[in-house]
Each structure stands twice: as structure tokens, then as C-alpha cells.
Design a protein around this ligand. Structure first.
Ligand SMILES: Cc1cc2nc3c(=O)[nH]c(=O)nc-3n(C[C@H](O)[C@H](O)[C@H](O)COP(=O)(O)OP(=O)(O)OC[C@H]3O[C@@H](n4cnc5c(N)ncnc54)[C@H](O)[C@@H]3O)c2cc1C
Length: 355
């Protein structure tokens, strides 16, 4: 039996970097906020492959005006960043209901009702405004081919060790595929990379990864199968189709499908938010991040919707979402965002409209 708890000024759904940055800014502005995450804080980063370095440099991913310390002045790993997020939550004493997924948003005459599903049973909360900071990586972008669900096939690259002295077929041609190919080859796997395009797009592979990958392909240490698409996976091989329609059978002990991830727009839909374009991105006013539903905002990478194509939102260009929301709610731009002087994120309106 659920019970309804007292009304709060704001409810933030999602405790990734941007949800946490927003919680910090609202707390500093004296605005009461309820904060939920379906999992642990920083959940999206927690399933990154172990020891993966950000492509973003540290000053671009710092949040809430708090420096991200490191002893090497280089990019940091996902694990480093999770420690940083934990430190911020502790230092600012942010109260976050973790492992409490928000299942539904109901519009009330004044404000919203959130229905959550923690392990202990359904809860209901009320808030005058709601911010959806739920990210854009809820589930893998499935290929929908036979064998995709076999136990030796995965969309999640955890670490290279399981592939030592194994035939590993990787599908994909962007950052994740390129990086896992190199790491697994260096950890002793026999790596084949299948990509649907003829060549890699330098905008989609980190500039410090691509030359290394191309060198290994040229040397033949990593086998590259351009313009191939997997059509079936069996326990021992992957059946690939070339652009000319011919079939290639490639033996594989393990298959890593690095085909990207999609956002889940169910919560936006349940609240009546208009979803636009192929990516079903939420409609919002770029000056305030308010959606077509008054009082309901979007922040962070969730602004890109399901995002079927290229990523357009990263931590670095989402700090500004926090500023716009806080300004819309309190009338004042927050003093601390990122660690680059916060005014740099406050784009003049003309720039916002041009984007
Ligand atoms: C391997 C890899 C490398 C990357 N490198 C970079 C990089 O260098 N720079 C960069 O900027 N980005 C990078 N990214 C992307 C990065 O993870 C995102 O930019 C960042 O996590 C977005 O932050 P966010 O706060 O908008 O959303 P997220 O971090 O995705 O947070 C969303 C949160 O919402 C929660 N949530 C979702 N649904 C619900 C619900 N119904 N109820 C309650 N909570 C919910 C989730 O559990 C999650 O914790 C990388 C991603 C991967 C996989």
C-alpha cells in the first residue's frame, strides 16, 4: 500500500553527473529538492569498461565548482570519476533516494505526483516541478539477429581478461569498438573487427585511439572486415554479409556488439511531453529547459532523446542546462557550475536560438 509524502519544490530524477550538479545548485539556492536514482549514483559510469579514460579533459567534466583532483594532470577514468561524485555527494550532504526508480509521473492541478518502486514497495511523492536527468543510455541498441542472446555474446565490454587467447569478434566502428579491439588484442585476444562502413569516421573515434587502431590493422594484428554486417550468431561463428551480398563465416569464441545504447523515453511520454524527430527528443525551451509541460524540465544527455544517431550531448555541454533551470526557478544564475567560470556557460539568448 503506497502513501503520499509531503510536497517538495523540485524533484530531480536521475543522479548522474548532471542530476548531481543540479541538486548541488538547488541546495545552494535554498530550494528543497527530492532526488531519485533507479540505481546507485553515477550508474551509467559504473558499467563503463574497467579503466576506461574519459575523452573529455578534467576541467570539462568537473561539476558544481568542485575541482576533480588527480596526480597526473591527464584524463581520468570512470572509476576516478565515480569516487569524485561520491565525494561531492558526501561533502554537500546531498540526500538521494538510490535504488528507487521513478515509474510514473502524474500531472496534478498544481504540480506533479511521482510514483516510485523501491524494493520496499511503491511510494508516491509530490513536487511542484520535476527535472528529468535520466541520461540517454538505458539499453543496448540491439541488432535483432538470431543468436544475439547467446551466452557468449554481449553488448557490454567489462574488461579484456576473459578474451585472453580467445577468438573475439567485435562489431562496431566508433570509440567503444575501437578501444575494446585494441585493449583485447593487447590482452592476448585474437581480434576481428566488423564494421558496416568502409572506414572509420575520425569524429567518432578518439584522436588518441584511431592512429593506434589503423596501425594495428595495417600490421594485420587486428583483422578488419569493413562493409560487413552480422546476420546471425551461432555458438561457434558469426555469419556476416558483405555489401555485395556475399556471405562470410567467421569463427568466434566470443562476440562483443559495440553498437551503442538508446535512451528510454517512457517517463517523458507518461507525463505528456512531446517527442520530436527520429531520436524522439523531448520538446523544450532552450532558455529554460522547460518542456511543453509547464513545470517539467529536462537536463543532461536526456535532452537528446533516444538518440539513434551520433551523440550530441556530453557532460561538458550540459552544465548550462543546470544554469538555465536554476535561473528559471530562482531568477538567479548559479554561482558554481563546472569549474570553468560559470558565466561562460550563460550563453546570450541569440546564441541559444542559433544552436
Ligand atoms: C565508455 C563510455 C565513455 C564515455 N566517455 C565520455 C566522456 O569522455 N565525456 C562525456 O561527457 N561523456 C562520456 N560518456 C557519456 C557519459 O556517460 C554521459 O555523458 C554522462 O553520464 C551523462 O550524464 P547525465 O547526468 O546526463 O546522465 P547519466 O549519467 O546517464 O545519469 C542518468 C541517471 O538517471 C538514472 N535513471 C534513469 N532512469 C531513471 C528512472 N526512471 N528513475 C530514477 N532514475 C533513473 C540512471 O540510473 C542514471 O544514474 C561516455 C559513455 C561511455 C559508455
Amino acid at each position: 500500500m503506497s502513501k503520499t509524502l509531503p510536497i517538495s519544490e523540485v524533484a530531480i530524477i536521475g543522479a548522474g553527473p548532471i542530476g548531481i550538479e543540479l541538486a548541488a545548485a538547488l541546495k545552494r539556492a535554498g530550494v528543497s529538492a527530492l532526488h531519485f536514482d533507479a540505481q546507485q549514483i553515477g550508474y551509467t559510469l559504473s558499467w563503463w569498461p574497467r579503466q576506461t579514460y574519459f575523452f573529455s579533459t578534467t576541467e570539462r567534466i568537473e561539476i558544481a565548482g568542485i575541482p576533480l583532483p588527480n596526480i597526473h594532470q591527464q584524463r581520468v577514468t570512470g572509476e576516478d570519476y565515480l569516487a569524485y561524485l561520491r565525494g561531492i555527494v558526501e561533502a554537500l550532504d546531498l540526500q538521494i533516494h538510490t535504488y528507487e526508480p521513478v515509474a510514473q509521473i502524474n500531472r496534478l492541478d498544481s504540480g506533479f505526483e511521482l510514483v516510485t518502486q523501491p524494493r520496499s514497495g511503491e511510494q508516491r511523492y509530490q513536487a511542484q516541478r520535476v527535472v528529468l536527468a535520466v541520461g540517454d543510455m538505458h539499453a543496448p541498441n540491439l541488432l535483432h539477429i538470431p543468436g544475439e542472446d547467446l551466452p557468449h555474446v554481449t553488448h557490454y565490454f567489462g574488461e579484456p581478461h576473459p578474451y585472453f587467447r580467445q577468438k573475439l569478434l567485435i562489431v562496431g566502428g566508433r570509440n567503444s569498438a575501437a578501444e575494446s579491439a585494441l585493449r583485447c588484442w593487447r590482452a592476448g585476444a585474437e581480434v576481428t573487427l566488423s564494421y558496416r562502413r568502409a572506414e572509420f569516421d575520425p569524429k567518432s573515434v578518439k584522436h588518441f585511439i584511431l592512429p593506434d587502431l589503423l596501425a594495428q590493422i595495417e600490421l594485420g594484428t587486428i583483422t578488419f572486415l569493413p562493409e560487413t554486417i552480422p546476420v546471425e550468431i551461432t555458438p561457434t561463428q558469426v555469419i556476416l554479409q558483405r555489401v555485395d551480398g556475399t556471405i562470410l563465416e567467421k569463427p568466434a569464441d566470443f562476440v562483443l556488439l559495440q553498437t551503442g545504447f538508446l535512451g528510454d523515453m517512457t517517463l517523458f511520454e507518461s507525463a505528456g511531453v512531446t517527442l520530436e524527430g527520429e531520436s524522439r527528443a523531448p520538446a523544450f525551451d532552450p532558455r529554460s529547459m522547460q518542456t511543453n509541460i509547464p513545470g517539467l524540465y529536462v537536463a543532461g544527455t536526456a535532452a537528446g532523446g533516444e538518440r539513434k544517431a551520433r551523440y550530441s550531448y556530453f557532460i561538458e555541454n550540459c552544465h548550462v542546462h543546470v544554469g538555465r533551470i536554476v535561473q528559471h526557478i530562482t531568477g538567479k544564475w548559479p554561482e558554481k557550475l563546472g569549474t570553468i567560470p560559470s558565466r561562460q556557460y550563460e550563453l546570450p539568448l541569440e546564441d541559444i536560438q542559433a544552436n
